[in-house]
Design a protein around this ligand. Structure first.
Ligand code: AMP
Length: 131
């Protein structure tokens, strides 16, 4: 059965898309730990990120870098933090999180619950800076 992220990539489940190329897809996390929290996923279903082959993992990081620059331009923050967890959704993904202090990237503090309108506005801002 397709993962929830594959269903998002296929357009079966709505998302607030940021960018995509032939191999990767970026969209807002629905329950962000910070405003602008974005997920980068490979279109090919792989559960564990370190099962991705070296070259594809490099390309995934290069794609994430472009998304991070767009986030940085759109969201007031010091830098974009990166983390990999993968305990909830068995489809490899990188969390890209705007942060000003260390706790901004801490998942144990609980998540935000933005409205669809808020997510839509944030996604629009980030998309404008994606090059
Ligand atoms: P983890 O697998 O532990 O790295 O966490 C999966 C992440 O995916 C969590 O931060 C969820 O909020 C996020 N997530 C789950 N379902 C969706 C969805 N339909 N749209 C956007 N983000 C999602």
């Amino acid at each position: 059965m397709a993962t929830i992220f594959s269903r998002i990539i296929a357009g079966e489940i709505p998302c607030h898309k940021i960018a995509e190329n032939e191999e990767f897809f970026a969209f807002l996390d629905i329950n962000p730990v910070a405003v602008g929290h974005t997920l980068v996923v490979p279109k090919q279903e792989v559960d564990y990120i370190f099962d991705i082959d070296d070259d594809a993992l490099g390309r995934m990081m290069a794609f994430a870098k472009r998304v991070a620059h767009a986030q940085k331009a759109a969201i007031p923050c010091k830098r974009i933090g990166l983390t990999v967890i993968g305990l909830e959704v068995p489809h490899a993904h990188i969390h890209l999180i705007p942060m000003t202090k260390e706790s901004d990237i801490y998942f144990g503090k609980g998540k935000l619950n933005p409205s669809q309108e808020e997510l839509s506005e944030v996604a629009e801002k980030i998309r404008k800076g994606y090059k």
